[in-house]
Design a protein around this ligand. Structure first.
Ligand SMILES: *[C@@H]1O[C@H](CO)[C@@H](O)[C@H](O)[C@H]1NC(C)=O
Ligand SMILES: *[C@@H]1O[C@H](CO)[C@@H](O)[C@H](O)[C@H]1NC(C)=O
Length: 360
């Protein structure tokens, strides 16, 4: 559904941009030479590498006016630009001498006109295209942009078709031959001083800043880059570093909580294991006591019991000590103290103190 209008649009803009289709040597009609509606781009029946010659045939172009001309391939030979004191017309057939005041020139081709003697004073260096080297082409005639305040001036209004977000609109460009700092008022036909910021205006050309806002007053130049206040940089900087360190601290505290939970689990395990071992010891004591209290228990039997008891004890303690040794866990202390020690002691030892460091 959307494809058809889009294709039509592409096709129409393509044909707008393109020159004619006739190649070098093919026939053409010079009467078809014209400026395209809306864009005022020069158009002829010949393609972009040739112009329509006087014999009604397309001929290879003899010069170019643009630094980067349209319609040439990478391997195509591009004609040269014209030397100083000459110009290349829109047809781009051959270089011509500059035109004196009141001579004929082409639309917006101020560069076709001879410069005034005081060109240094009159030349527009603002980049707005008010004139070229002090001369201007208005209504197809060359003149100098030297009209002073309150003097009769020439004005030329050209309506271009422009394209914005809301579609086509007409953009009227108004040019005059007033001195720099003045503009040619179309209603009175006189040169008037350009307006300052905040003054009422009806067109961009009236403002010194070249920007008549929709509110009808002169605004600051659109060419001035936007600058942000220092506080914006500070806020953005704080935002960036705050976000970074906020994330770091949030992760740190979340993981600390997890670590604490893990430690609590291990503590629980230790408690259970110690309680279990305590039970074993008590059982052993009980068993030994009951065996010793048996009537008719000889020395030999007792020594056997003791030696076995010692072995058993070693067996029971060795693996646990080995496991606990690297950390210096509280288990060893717990055992050495024969169960009388509080669990808090083992906690303290877990937190770095070596077991049996002489204090216990
Ligand atoms: C301006 O005109 C003068 C006088 O014709 C010429 O010498 C000078 O090169 C021109 N400057 C430019 C930038 O075209
Ligand atoms: C201003 O320019 C015109 C040509 O456009 C010229 O005839 C006239 O002498 C110039 N005036 C001054 C004061 O330079």
């Amino acid at each position: 559904m959307q494809l058809l209008p889009l294709t039509l649009f592409l096709f129409s803009s393509y044909s707008l941009v393109q020159a004619g289709t006739a190649k070098v040597g093919e026939s053409c009609n010079q009467g078809e030479n014209r400026l395209q509606a809306g864009t005022y781009q020069f158009w002829s029946e010949c393609d972009s590498q040739s112009f329509c010659g006087p014999q009604g045939k397309c001929v290879k172009k003899g010069c170019r006016k643009d630094d980067f001309p349209f319609g040439y391939g990478p391997d195509d030979r591009i004609p040269d630009k014209c030397p100083k004191g000459q110009f290349c017309p829109d047809e781009e057939d051959k270089c011509q001498e500059l035109v004196p005041v009141d001579g004929d020139c082409q639309l917006n081709r101020d560069d076709q006109c001879e410069a005034p003697p005081n060109f240094k004073e009159l030349a527009d260096i603002t980049g707005r295209g008010l004139n070229v080297n002090g001369s201007v082409c208005l209504n197809s005639k060359c003149m100098w942009a030297n009209k002073t305040l309150g003097v009769d001036c020439t004005v030329e209004n050209t309506a271009y078709i422009a394209y914005g977000v809301d579609g086509e609109f007409i953009d009227i460009v108004s040019r005059g031959d007033c001195h720099l700092g003045l503009y040619c008022d179309a209603a009175t036909g006189l040169c008037i001083t350009e307006k300052n910021l905040g003054d009422a205006c009806t067109a961009d050309k009236e403002c010194e800043s070249w920007n008549c806002m929709s509110s009808g007053v002169c605004g600051i130049s659109e060419a001035i880059p936007h600058h942000f206040a220092i506080w914006v940089y500070i806020v953005v900087g704080i935002g960036i570093f705050g976000g970074m360190f906020g994330t770091l601290f949030a992760l740190f505290f979340t993981h600390r909580k997890q670590r604490d939970e893990e430690r609590e689990k291990r503590l629980q395990y230790w408690r259970e294991q110690n309680a279990f071992h305590q039970n074993l010891l008590q059982m052993r004591e009980t068993a030994r006591a009951s065996i010793l209290s048996l009537p008719g228990n000889g020395n030999s039997a007792r020594s056997t019991m003791y030696s076995r008891d010692g072995a058993f004890s070693d067996d029971a303690q060795a693996p646990i000590l080995q496991n606990a040794a690297p950390k210096g866990s509280g288990l060893r202390h717990y055992l050495a103290d024969d169960g009388s020690s509080e669990f808090d002691d083992s906690l303290m030892m877990q937190s770095g103190r070596q077991p049996n460091d002489g204090r216990f």
